[in-house]
Design a binder for this molecule. Structure first.
Ligand code: AMP
Length: 189
């Protein structure tokens, strides 16, 4: 069972590289951001709550996002493993993930940290906003998301180092070169 946490700041390429990992290793994919955007599109109550946080560049409360994660995880049957994309984003979320996996006799296999300098993140996110129209990819919200990442999410690097699960990945370069580094890390597991 391969349980991969794909980690990195907004714009680090988590979604793009997740697609490649799925294609090569046949894993299930959970992107909490995609789940929330689908809820917003469908006009659900959860979507309305989520929109308030997303538009402000803030994280949803841990309890809410952990419940969402648990229900998606339960929907996977006969899974070869899962890519967790955009989750965990806080220490309590990482602890909840560990507990959920341990209860299933599993654990996180590796945390892949896509490392991209901040100037390049901003450039990529502005470009994505222009191309996709994603509402939170505007300069004001991008800046808030990067502050939230630095304060609340980046401490997870030390958490996974302590767990012996941390793997640095150079997130700058061609998509192929980045994926080659990822695949070699996964193949060593
Ligand atoms: P993403 O697509 O992963 O960049 O997520 C977009 C937005 O959804 C984030 O800026 C948060 O507002 C919210 N979100 C996604 N995943 C989480 C999470 N694990 N915890 C809290 N909020 C989240």
């Amino acid at each position: 069972m391969l349980n991969i946490v794909i980690f990195g700041a907004p714009g680090s390429g988590k979604g793009t590289q997740s697609e490649r990992i799925i294609a090569k290793y046949g894993l299930n994919h959970i992107s909490t951001g995609d789940v929330l955007r689908a809820e917003i599109k469908n006009g659900t109550e959860l979507g309305k709550v989520a929109k308030g946080y997303i538009d402000q560049g803030q994280l949803l409360p841990d309890a809410l996002i952990i419940d969402i994660l648990a229900s998606v995880l339960d929907s996977f049957k006969e899974s070869k493993g899962v890519i967790f994309d955009g989750f965990p984003r806080t220490i309590p979320q990482a602890e909840a993930l560990k507990k959920m996996l341990n209860e299933r006799g599993q654990d996180v296999s590796v945390m892949l940290d896509l490392d991209v300098p901040e100037a390049e993140l901003i450039e990529r996110l502005i470009k994505r906003g222009q191309e996709s129209g994603r509402a939170d990819d505007n300069m004001e919200t991008i800046k808030k998301r990067l502050v939230v990442y630095n304060e609340q999410t980046s401490p997870l690097k030390d958490y996974y180092k302590t767990e012996g699960k941390y793997q640095h990945i150079n997130g700058v370069g061609t998509m192929e070169a980045i994926f080659a580094e990822i695949a070699s890390a996964i193949d060593k597991l």
